[in-house]
Design a protein around this ligand. Sequence first.
Ligand SMILES: [Zn+2]
Length: 164
Amino acid sequence: MRAPICADCLKTEDLCKECSERKEKGELSDLDVNVSRYLYKLEKTLFISNTDLVKTHDLGDFALLIVDGNIAPLIGKQGRMIKQISMDLGRKVRIVAKGDVRNMVQDIISPARLYGINVLFKDGSESYTVVIPDSDKKKVIMSDDTLRKALSTILDKEVTVRYS
Ligand SMILES: [Zn+2]
């Protein structure tokens, strides 16, 4: 498993000079460090050697984990593993597989379906509207605010959610 912090820092309590500098620059957050070390410990009992943690995002009540590679072990059978991870980290966790933007958005809103992502041009800037079927509204687990934050993080633009 690769993580946002270096292999040495996974095993220690303190951060090396290089990782400390990256943290000062804002490239690394406390959540990155905590989740990296947590997954490193988990790797002793869970087969996640082909699972890399790319980045974490703190959304308040939710932690967003961007993961590259095989995410199935982190979800577990019937979501048992992700429930465990949520309990251990003390907050709800959403795991998003790094890749195609549409798939990443789908991971966030799942089990709700994605109708589409529309691009809006206004006053020279771009924003997105994520469209979810109205009938799936109750399947969206995140609050409106958290969902918007999560989608803006992934799409790196202002996002509006529309149910239709
Ligand atoms: Zn380090």
